[in-house]
Design a protein around this ligand. Structure first.
Ligand code: NI
Length: 172
């Protein structure tokens, strides 16, 4: 297993649409294991392959309190979404220290393949529903800040660019 480097907004590679996984093989299992290791190390509840510059439809999540329920979703598809919507505060490992409210479906049913390539369904509500919709957005190249106003997004963009510059200067 290995910890992977997470792309940081506004890196243009975050806007790449991921392609479906053809076969869930050892390579995909290693990717999923590395995504989980990286997610846990960064204290995130979800991570998409897009965020580590791998553009294939794989996401991992763990929304349990004990952080002992890792979920791997390969080729996830939303097969049902509630009309009811809910607003929750979101953050993202690609946009560190930025949190804002996003409105999404309150509940969704997602069909995916697990790490062995077996199909399963996830009935998601609450944090799990927020997380799976957020991570699936990554797979189509969408970052949560794109739901915010242009003004907010510009501010976040400037802040992130400045922070990355400052960090590079400190390292130099
Ligand atoms: Ni994210």
């Amino acid at each position: 297993m290995a910890r992977l480097t997470i792309l940081r907004y506004p890196d243009p590679r975050l806007h790449t649409a991921a392609r479906p996984v053809a076969v869930v093989d050892e390579r995909i299992r290693t990717l999923a294991a590395d995504l989980l290791e990286t997610m846990y190390a960064e204290s995130g509840v979800g991570l998409a392959a897009t965020q580590v510059d791998v553009h294939e439809r794989v996401i991992v999540m763990d929304t349990s309190d004990a952080r002992d329920r890792p979920l791997v979703l390969v080729n996830p598809e939303i097969v049902w979404a509630s009309d009811e919507r809910a607003v929750a505060e979101e953050g993202c490992l690609s946009v560190p220290q930025v949190y804002d409210k996003v409105e999404r479906h309150a509940r969704v049913k997602v069909r995916a393949l697990d790490r062995d390539g077996q199909p399963f369904e996830l009935d998601a509500e609450g944090l799990s529903a927020v997380c799976v919709q957020h991570e699936m957005d990554h797979l189509r190249g969408k970052v949560f800040v794109e739901y915010l106003s242009l003004l907010k997004r510009d501010r976040i963009r400037t802040k992130m660019l400045k922070r990355t510059r400052d960090e590079q200067r400190t390292r130099a």
